[in-house]
Design a protein around this ligand. Structure first.
Ligand SMILES: [Zn+2]
Ligand SMILES: [Zn+2]
Length: 312
């Protein structure tokens, strides 16, 4: 606890003469190098006057903070320029965020969050509107909170102190790190997983080894899977979402569900008035083959069947 206090205190010092704080990372910027001025503390922060105030003044709100000038240091100014570029490049995404001015504020807060973490900034040429939206959704809130201007807002003289190093005031970035992890996982999307342990290593019907959906557990007789075994033992395993949907539509695991799942996979629409059934196709589990990267890899339809189904 003592260490933290010491660290926080030494991370901040009075603003040197002739300097302004960077509104993002907090470092001192010489006035002659300062670009745009940012007024901090000019928000509507008021409080009720103390009881010992003059009767005429009593109960009247008065301003707590004096506005203070801040600016952006060169590297933080680059991020503001990048935010403006991104807002201009993605009008669709900006409409979902708000006006261009609001969007710029939110995008720069998200980029400041990345900078505070030391994470790489997005490549403007590669960032899509959808990714920009995800970046803003994930990082704007805590990115805005770690900005030096937010940190100092409400202080009697917001511009009176600077940080001794960029982002030195950020002693706890756990929230930002969570946001960033979320942003990265959004970009990757759900990862394919194999069926849960303890069963066959592929979908019982189509044989696929990995999928991004939920595996559906089934427990059926070996004969249901087309296997002739003494005593007809039960087989416990999993179905991929494609095969699971077909089983749900049909009502049970069996040749009808198999045909439905295979045809759906081949892009042949199911017509209830004129149902087609593909016969003679084995369930993957009955083939005894290893699981496969793609669905139905164990099935080779002959030319006649393909012609009837109207597929290449
Ligand atoms: Zn800065
Ligand atoms: Zn399957």
């Amino acid at each position: 606890m003592t260490t933290e206090t010491t660290t926080a205190a030494s991370a901040v010092e009075p603003t040197p003469d002739g300097h302004l704080p960077c509104a993002a990372c907090g470092v001192a910027v010489a006035v002659e190098d300062a670009g745009e001025r940012i007024q901090v503390g000019q928000s509507s922060r008021y409080r009720v006057s103390p009881l010992d105030a003059e009767p005429s003044e009593r109960g009247k709100p008065y301003r707590v903070t004096e506005p203070g000038d801040m600016t952006r240091c060169p590297s933080c100014a680059d991020r503001l320029a990048l935010a403006r570029l991104l807002v201009e490049a993605h009008p669709g995404a900006v409409r979902r965020i708000g006006s261009p001015a609001v969007a710029t504020e939110r995008v720069v807060a998200a980029l400041d969050g990345l900078a505070a973490l030391g994470a790489p900034l997005p490549d403007a040429a590669k960032l899509t509107g959808a990714k920009l939206g995800r970046l803003v959704n994930r990082l704007t809130l805590h990115g805005g909170i770690v900005q030096w201007a937010s940190h100092r807002r409400g202080q009697p003289s917001p511009a009176a102190e600077v940080t001794t190093a960029p982002w030195a005031h950020v002693t706890d970035n756990a929230d930002l790190r969570d946001d960033y992890a979320g942003y990265l996982s959004d970009a990757i999307g759900p990862r394919p997983t194999p069926p849960p342990d303890g069963g066959p290593r592929g979908c019982l019907m189509c044989g696929v080894a990995q999928q991004t959906g939920t595996w559906e557990q089934v427990n059926v007789r070996a004969s249901t899977l087309g296997m002739k075994q003494q005593g007809d033992p039960r087989v416990s395993g999993y179905l991929c979402t494609g095969c699971g949907t077909a089983v749900q539509d049909v009502g049970s695991v069996g040749p009808t569900a198999l045909s439905r799942a295979l045809l759906a996979h081949l892009g042949v629409a199911h017509n209830p008035l004129n149902p087609i059934q593909v016969d003679g196709v084995e369930m993957w589990f009955a083939t005894g083959r290893p699981p496969t990267r793609t669905r139905w890899a164990h099935v080779a339809l002959d030319a006649d069947t393909r012609a009837v189904l109207g597929i290449e």
